[in-house]
Design a protein around this ligand. Structure first.
Ligand code: GLN
Length: 309
């Protein structure tokens, strides 16, 4: 067993100790059907070696991790200035589905990693970029041709999206969503319903770690400056109102979703994908969070080093 394999085995054992303390998301009813004890971690290295432990082939919905892909496409398609004309790039410190500050203290979504921001991004794309285009692009950047929309999750979220619909109409009232509100919301929900695996997330992590180049062919999948913006926003905002502590403890740009996924990027070295649908109170995979904390120490992944002189 090499050191990565061993670290993954140990991480899995550690993560499993926490799973009972979490719960599957239930506000989208279909998500509550997941096996709360499922847990897996996959690493894809720059030399495209793949290491896996646990449930890394189970399909689950990407949920908020799709915000990374939609942001990348919006930056490619509209450019930096346009994307951030009506949206900030600050951590909100609030839950991902909050609309309080959007209404009371600021007229712009705090960042593209919370729902208000991602619905705004979907609104930028909706007139020109179809869901089919986004699906094809998601397959490319996740190195996974097997990605499809999970229709049950899509229907379930579509039927239980009162809060996101409220956010979308609030955005319209502030002149941020200027196109078709229902179509923008639909695009957002479709993207959240993509079925991925821990392996697909490791693939996306590796593309981001590799500056946007396909790790095998060297083809450019994302512009280098887009990748830089996306990774920075993942670091500061990707784990919702747990982003600060997560950055201290783990120290790699990451993005979580309420389907139980976490995507992590270790600059130039590897992509990491996690699946663990038992969530903590902030909506992050509880087993996943502890696995990443262990892996960061065991493999020396923190972007600011070990802290030793
Ligand atoms: N589709 C989910 C929602 O809009 C995504 C949230 C998440 O993964 N944090 O609520």
């Amino acid at each position: 067993m090499n050191s990565i394999e061993q670290a993954l085995t140990e991480a899995l054992a550690i993560g499993r100790q926490y799973v009972n303390q979490g719960e599957c998301a239930s506000y989208i009813p279909e998500l509550s059907r997941a096996d709360k004890h499922a847990l897996g971690v996959c690493v894809m290295t720059a030399s495209t070696d793949r290491y896996a432990a646990g449930d890394t082939k189970t399909r689950f919905s990407i949920q908020s991790i799709s915000k990374v892909i939609t942001l990348a496409v919006a930056l490619q398609h509209c450019g930096f200035e346009k994307v951030f004309e009506k949206m900030n790039m600050e951590p909100s410190g609030d839950p991902f589905n909050s609309l309080v500050k959007l209404d009371l203290t600021d007229d712009k979504p705090f960042n593209p990693m919370i729902n208000a921001g991602a619905i705004t991004t979907a609104g930028y794309l909706e007139p020109d970029v179809s869901f089919e285009d986004l699906l094809a692009y998601s397959r490319r950047v996740c190195l996974d041709e097997g990605i499809e929309i999970d229709e049950r999750v899509y229907e379930s979220e579509k039927n239980h999206c009162a809060r996101n619909r409220a956010i979308a109409y609030l955005l319209q009232s502030k002149g941020i969503l200027t196109g078709d509100v229902e179509k923008s919301l639909d695009l957002y929900i479709r993207m959240c319903s993509l079925g991925v695996t821990a392996e697909s997330l490791a693939g996306l992590g590796l593309v981001l770690a590799n500056g946007g180049l396909h790790p095998r062919t060297g083809n450019r999948l994302m512009d280098a400056d887009v990748v830089r913006v996306v990774k920075t926003i993942m670091l500061t905002c990707g784990m919702y109102d747990e982003s600060g502590e997560f950055a201290v403890r783990v120290g790699v740009p990451s993005k979580s979703g309420v389907g139980g996924g976490i995507l992590s990027v270790v600059e130039k070295r590897m992509g990491i994908g996690i699946y663990g649908p038992a969530l903590d109170k902030k909506g992050n995979s509880i087993g996943g969070r502890h696995m990443l904390e262990y892996l960061s120490q065991a493999l020396g992944l923190h972007m600011f080093g070990t802290g030793e002189a």
